[in-house]
Design a protein around this ligand. Structure first.
Ligand SMILES: *[C@@H]1O[C@H](CO)[C@@H](O)[C@H](O)[C@H]1NC(C)=O
Ligand SMILES: *[C@@H]1O[C@H](CO)[C@@H](O)[C@H](O)[C@H]1NC(C)=O
Ligand SMILES: *[C@@H]1O[C@H](CO)[C@@H](O)[C@H](O)[C@H]1NC(C)=O
Ligand SMILES: *[C@@H]1O[C@H](CO)[C@@H](O)[C@H](O)[C@H]1NC(C)=O
Length: 207
């Protein structure tokens, strides 16, 4: 029957929207909602066309048209709901990720301050050497500071290396969690969309 093709087409268009969105990033959040609404707008038109077909062609009463419209109306609400839920879940995944990264930055703050302080002190000491008038004092100062700051540089190197390893691991972990979060959102969205479609199919068959 002609009216059975339309919901399938719309369901496929929703799936298409999903696939498109899955390849995109956060800025496309609103395109999910807008694209789904566009698909829903198409749904209304198809619903109305189906009604006309029923009313005029088959000579079936207005009651059937109303039922068909009810089926589509329910589907429309469920689709919109699914899209809104998806948009919220998707955004939450991003907020969660940003919060995590802020927390990591906070955790690294003492190490960062330690490195900054050590390097500042070292630079100040060498700048002081440059201001010595006597050559002897200038070279003594540089020699003393070079020797002393071998350990500073070593610690800056070691502390920075450790921080890099830790941060890279944490960022990877955050990335993994965000991807799993997206997949959970996808699962919920596809589940609700599929459920809505199955319900619409049943509704149109009068079951
Ligand atoms: C929308 O989704 C929420 C959460 O899944 C559910 O509780 C609510 O009943 C749904 N509303 C409609 C109109 O489907
Ligand atoms: C390097 O880390 C150690 C241990 O956390 C700390 O005691 C030291 O002050 C740090 N040094 C620098 C240059 O950051
Ligand atoms: C360098 O160190 C030597 C011995 O440790 C000390 O006598 C001298 O005063 C220092 N010179 C400067 C410029 O710091
Ligand atoms: C949606 O999820 C529920 C449980 O969470 C499951 O029972 C149902 O079969 C799923 N529906 C689809 C269409 O995947």
């Amino acid at each position: 029957m002609a009216h059975q093709m339309s919901p399938l087409k719309l369901f496929l268009s929703l799936l298409l929207v999903w696939f498109t969105v899955r390849r995109s990033t956060e800025s496309d959040l609103w395109s999910i909602v807008l694209a789904t609404m566009a698909a829903s707008a198409g749904l209304i038109k198809v619903g109305a066309a189906g009604g006309r077909h029923y009313g005029g062609g088959d000579g079936v009463g207005v009651g059937v048209t109303t039922n068909v419209n009810d089926c589509f109306e329910t589907y429309l609400q469920q689709s919109r709901n699914a899209s809104n839920t998806y948009a919220t879940a998707y955004r939450d995944c991003h907020v969660f990720d940003v919060d995590k990264r802020l927390l990591y930055a906070e955790e690294q703050q003492p190490t960062r301050e330690g490195v900054t302080k050590a390097v500042d002190e070292m630079c100040t000491a060498f700048r002081d050497c440059a201001e010595r008038e006597s050559d002897l004092a200038f070279f003594q100062c540089n020699r003393n500071n070079s020797y002393k700051n071998i350990y500073t540089l070593m610690n800056v190197y070691l502390n920075s290396s450790a921080a890099i390893v830790e941060l890279e691991k944490k960022y990877q972990e955050a990335e993994k969690e965000m991807l799993l979060c997206f997949i959970a959102a996808d699962k919920q969205y596809l589940n609700s969309t599929a459920k809505a479609y199955v319900q619409l199919s049943r509704c149109l068959k009068g079951g």
